[in-house]
Design a protein around this ligand. Structure first.
Ligand code: SAH
Length: 260
């Protein structure tokens, strides 16, 4: 690879640096400039060479499109200046990470792009609770879905997903959980379908809770589970130890169902 005119688009995984790929680690430790998203764990950033320049280009509200253009220009400028550039993204760069748009901009500028896959939070988060997302006894597969696709993105068809029997792994869903749950119930998914929310998975701040689909919005508020979080809905959640414990608690003390 000609380092002088290329950018590595690297997935940082969900948090724990031990979940980085070997290739991601190599690219990080060779980088001159790293453009990092907000979601990247500080323990991953600590792996950079002391001489490397770290540019935090996370989008904190503001005008997203302008900032995205700014990121593209920065990557192009730095790589043309002969710097070894890494564009570092939480999880996998091609799963809700706008990696596709960044590749388009770089290629249009004649810059090579190497994509280094990362472990996406939508798979790593349920794994941390022992939830087997494609267990064939419960589901034909898993859908990775956004709860929020901006004004211009294609919106999920919740009614179709409700009927699909797929495990639903929902990114960016906490703020819209009430609407999503209502749409799934309207689509015919049973209110007692097992569900889980996992916030900041594989970081020092990880918190999680299992519940039923019907209780999910109230549970998120009660437990103050906030972004970044993954919501998981489907019978596979029922296979986890945490969910079995919840059922046991409910059968021993039905008042928990009301009190939460
Ligand atoms: N490319 C990322 C996703 C970026 S979209 C990936 O593959 O994981 C941002 C959303 O990802 C967050 O709103 C949240 O839903 C989810 N997310 C990212 N990191 C997370 C983590 N450590 N724990 C839980 N959810 C996470």
């Amino acid at each position: 690879m000609n380092q002088a005119c290329s950018v590595a688009l690297v997935g940082a995984g969900p948090g724990d640096p031990e979940l980085l790929t070997v290739k991601a680690m190599k690219r990080l430790q060779a980088a001159d400039v790293v453009l990092s998203d907000d979601l990247v764990d500080p323990r991953v950033l600590a792996l950079l060479r002391p001489e490397a320049r770290l540019l935090r280009v996370g989008k904190r509200g503001g005008c997203v499109s302008t900032e995205q253009r700014f990121i593209h220009e920065l990557m192009i400028r730095e790589s043309r200046a002969g710097q070894r550039v890494v564009r570092l993204k939480g999880g996998d760069p091609f799963v809700f990470g706008r990696g596709g748009e960044e590749i388009d901009a770089l290629r249009a500028a004649g810059i090579d792009v190497e994509v280094v896959s990362g472990l996406t939070s939508g798979l790593a988060a349920p794994a941390s609770l022992g939830i087997p997302v494609t267990d064939r006894r419960c589901t034909p597969g898993v859908a990775l879905v956004t709860g929020h696709n901006g004004e211009s993105g294609i919106q999920p068809d919740w009614a179709a997903l409700a009927k699909s029997r797929l495990t639903l792994v929902i990114y960016m869903g906490v703020a819209r959980a009430a609407g999503i749950v209502q749409a799934l119930l309207d689509g015919g998914l049973a209110a007692d379908t097992p569900a889980a929310a996992i916030a900041a998975a594989h970081t020092a701040k990880q918190r999680q809770q299992v519940c039923t689909l019907g209780d999910l919005p109230a549970m998120l508020q009660r437990e103050r589970l906030a972004s970044p979080a993954i919501l998981i809905i489907g019978q596979v959640v029922g296979l986890s130890v945490a969910y079995r414990e919840l059922l046991e608690q409910l059968s021993n003390d039905p008042s928990i169902a009301q009190a939460g």
